[in-house]
Design a protein around this ligand. Structure first.
Ligand code: GTP
Ligand code: NAG
Ligand code: NAG
Ligand code: MG
Length: 362
């Protein structure tokens, strides 16, 4: 999870763009070094038989009543109601009024009656409101709380982004290892993560959940970035220790080249921006992801450092999935400040109001 303070947005934008040019080669297939060819095609797609360019002679996809067991999942606070209404109304207009997938709202405190009223009113789909169990939003007993307080204060003083923020840490840990364990998520097979304030700018005329299921996709993304190293000083060493102890959990044909430029010695900081994700819950509920998250959690890095759910999910994708299981949702016009993904191909542009020139990482 990357974070931006409003007063830091400019320098962040500049440094991120610079670093992205340096490190996340896979956006530029032509310039990618040879050892990265296995992932350069991660963001490649053909417009031939593109799911968002269906045959006009056929009935629209939403008229097919087949639906996947899937939901939007939204961790949010009562105070973000207005920002979220704007987001939901766009999501409904661009996609969901046609498909009617349910919403699951999660919060560490009770949702207010006003929140429930003004969100459920925006959709014909089912809406579910859940409170997060205490043990998913608090210190586990192996954490030395004094040490956590001390290190948090120091990270704040050192200017690490959200360095001194405790609730942010609970949020990152929850998104890394718990949201999919919430009872309201139990019946679903796929999820689409949404946050207040994000914007959707392209009509999506097919069912991305069905697409994921029928094409054996486990993880879908729209924007990838590089992480602030100061938030994860020991993450990669912890990942390497995990690999050493659990070699049988790591498939040979994985995407390690997406997350490492030297065969796994170092993390290249690349990650999918996890404020948008469409993914298979079986992936997060798998024995290997469970072992991975538990191992990271036991090490204390969510509290002693400030590990984001974006690098955690992305490293898991790199370790456990192969190229064909990861999908680039190029057709989802998406903005989470300060970055936007906008499809540049003219045929896809026709369904959007975003400006292709503002696409991040074209
Ligand atoms: N209920 C609840 N939700 C939270 C809390 N902190 C963050 N969230 C939610 O967690 C998600 C991520 O938090 P954000 O503040 O957007 O973090 P971010 O995307 O890294 O940072 P921004 O660039 O500021 O958006 C959002 O959906 C928030 O609404 C919290 O303390 N309680
Ligand atoms: C902590 O982070 C959240 C975002 O998750 C932000 O809304 C809040 O203002 C931050 N709190 C402090 C004290 O910085
Ligand atoms: C990726 O893994 C799946 C199993 O989930 C397998 O069916 C598929 O053949 C693999 N694809 C490649 C390109 O290795
Ligand atoms: Mg956000």
């Amino acid at each position: 999870m990357i974070v931006i303070n409003s007063n830091q947005r400019r320098p962040l934008l500049i440094s991120t763009v610079f670093l992205l040019f340096c490190i996340c080669f896979f956006f530029w297939p032509l310039k990618a070094p040879n050892n990265q060819t296995s992932i350069t095609t991660l963001s490649h797609e053909s417009l031939l038989n593109h799911p968002n360019l269906p045959d006009p002679a056929k009935p629209p996809a939403w008229q097919d009543t087949k639906r996947v067991k899937a939901a939007f999942v939204i961790l949010t606070r009562n105070s973000e109601l207005d920002a979220l209404r704007k987001t939901i109304q766009q999501l409904e207009a661009r996609f969901n009024h046609k498909f009617n997938y349910p919403y699951v709202f999660l919060n560490d405190v009770e949702f207010s009656p006003e929140f429930k009223d003004l969100t459920s009113g925006l959709t014909n789909a089912e809406t579910h409101y859940g409170i997060i169990p205490k043990e998913h939003w608090s210190y586990p007993d192996w954490i030395d709380v004094e040490k956590a307080d001390r290190l948090r204060e120091k990270m704040g003083k050192d200017g690490v982004i959200y360095g001194d923020n405790l609730s942010y840490r609970h949020m990152c840990r929850f998104e890394s290892g718990f949201f999919y364990k919430h009872p309201l998520m139990a019946d679903y097979e796929y999820y689409w993560r949404v946050e207040p304030s994000v914007e959707f700018s392209c009509d999506l005329d097919y069912d991305p959940f069905l697409y994921m299921k029928e094409n054996n996709k486990k993880y879908g993304w729209t924007i990838s970035l590089i992480e602030f190293e100061s938030t994860i000083p020991t993450l990669w060493n912890t990942v390497k220790a995990f690999i050493k102890e659990h070699p049988h959990l790591i498939p040979k044909n994985n995407l390690i080249d997406f997350i490492s430029n030297d065969g796994g010695r170092n993390y290249n900081l690349c990650h999918f921006w996890s404020n948008f994700e469409i993914a298979d819950l079986k992936f997060l509920r798998s024995p290997e992801y469970t072992a991975f998250f538990d191992y990271l959690d036991k090490s204390g890095g969510f509290f002693y450092e400030r590990w984001g759910d974006a690098p955690v999910h992305s490293i898991a994708v790199g370790l456990f999935l192969n190229k064909s299981e990861v999908h680039f949702f190029n057709d989802v016009g998406y903005r989470h400040d300060p970055f936007m993904h906008c499809p540049v191909a003219r045929e896809l542009q026709k369904k959007c109001h975003c400006n292709a020139e503002d696409n991040f990482g074209k």
